[in-house]
Ligand binder design. Structure first.
Ligand SMILES: Nc1nc2c(ncn2[C@@H]2O[C@H](COP(=O)(O)OP(=O)(O)OP(=O)(O)O)[C@@H](O)[C@H]2O)c(=O)[nH]1
Ligand SMILES: [Mg+2]
Length: 322
């Protein structure tokens, strides 16, 4: 199961308290102040990594706390600063601080500070002055910052496969990449997005869209966010459909309702399951789209050549777009 959004509470470490102590030993019965400073509390950083694909690590771990700083001790001993905590998240994670509304996008591996640890408190030794040679007080360590966060993941894929349920999207992912998605001759086989790699290019296969998906029909359109960052959409249409133009319009309509900008993305129309119709029917369907100035192709997962040329064309298009 792809976990693509979670709520999280993070709390940086508190600073250690400063000590309020006085030098005492066999020679000194009433020595001066010697309380050391407390150490700083640990910060919390987020860092992107390509080794993690989703947010499932947070399903049962909703609270993350960094270490507290150690308190200062007598004999001017400073407490240790706490270690910082770094939370690794997939590239493409969007982090929203729910109190301030600020949003951060993790798209590289540069650590992002989200909760600052409290400063260590100063010991009484630091408060000595000409007028007060023996201060009895020391500072308490500062509180570490606490934040409520919402993490939301957009898969970062170069190519997005879209279309009605059963159009053959997952089958295509399986033949184009080494991915092994579930494939079935019934609608809504895919319940969560799948990702596969066509050489260096990630391809996202998402659940099928149906008419009314934008208003919650079928599996809805929540997962469309995963194709927002793609460079190319491959619109898969089962060539045995009664009316391929209508199918095309339905899916485009749902994309538009989610985000009209999706319609401006470079797109190719792919008539799938070409092995199931004769050449004439296939050409007629291709022409319907080509006449309208669209890029339309056909393929069958049982025709190795068609898959090879599809893969070649996708790679060419991506190389041109960078
Ligand atoms: N004959 C033929 N059947 C195909 C081809 N591609 C896919 N199929 C079949 O079509 C059915 C649906 O394939 P899927 O890949 O699961 O379709 P999908 O678009 O991922 O479906 P959802 O996940 O439900 O949206 C399966 O029974 C596949 O075996 C093809 O090129 N030729
Ligand atoms: Mg599928």
């Amino acid at each position: 199961m792809l976990v693509d959004h979670v709520k999280l509470i993070i709390k940086a470490g508190n600073g250690g308290n400063g000590a309020a102590t006085f030098l005492r030993n066999s020679l000194t019965a009433k020595g001066g102040p010697d309380g050391g400073n407390g150490g700083n509390g640990g910060d919390i950083y987020f860092q992107g990594t390509s080794n993690i694909r989703d947010l499932s690590q947070f399903r049962f771990k909703k609270n993350i706390k960094a270490e507290d700083g150690i308190s200062g001790k007598r004999k001017r001993l400073f407490g240790k600063n706490a270690e910082h905590t770094t939370i690794l998240v997939p590239l493409g994670t969007e982090i929203t601080d729910t109190n301030s509304g600020r949003t951060y996008e993790v798209f590289n591996n540069i650590p992002l500070l989200l909760a600052k640890g409290g400063r260590g408190g100063r010991g009484n030794d630091e408060f000595k002055s000409a007028t007060n040679q023996a201060p009895k007080y020391a500072e308490l360590g500062g509180e570490g910052e606490e934040k409520k966060l919402l993490l939301s993941l957009r898969l970062i894929a170069d190519i997005g496969l879209i279309g009605l349920p059963n159009a053959g999207k997952s089958s295509l992912l399986a033949v184009l990449t080494h991915a092994t998605p579930k494939i079935g001759d019934y609608p809504f086989t895919t319940l969560e997005p799948n990702i596969g790699m066509l050489e260096k290019h990630p391809i996202a296969d998402i659940p099928g869209l149906i008419e009314g998906a934008a208003s919650g029909h079928g599996l809805g359109i929540g997962f469309l966010k995963h194709i927002e960052k793609t460079q190319i959409l491959v619109h898969c249409i089962d060539v045995t459909s009664q009316d391929v133009e209508k199918v095309y319009a339905i899916v485009r309509g749902e994309l538009e309702k989610h985000n009209p900008r999706l319609l401006e993305k470079p797109e190719i129309i792919l008539l799938t399951k070409s092995d199931l119709v004769d050449r004439k029917t296939l050409d007629r369907s291709l022409m319907t789209f080509r006449k309208a100035g669209k890029k339309a192709y056909d393929c069958s997962v049982y025709d190795r050549e068609s898959i090879k040329s599809l893969a070649g064309m996708l790679k060419d298009l991506l190389d041109k777009s960078v």
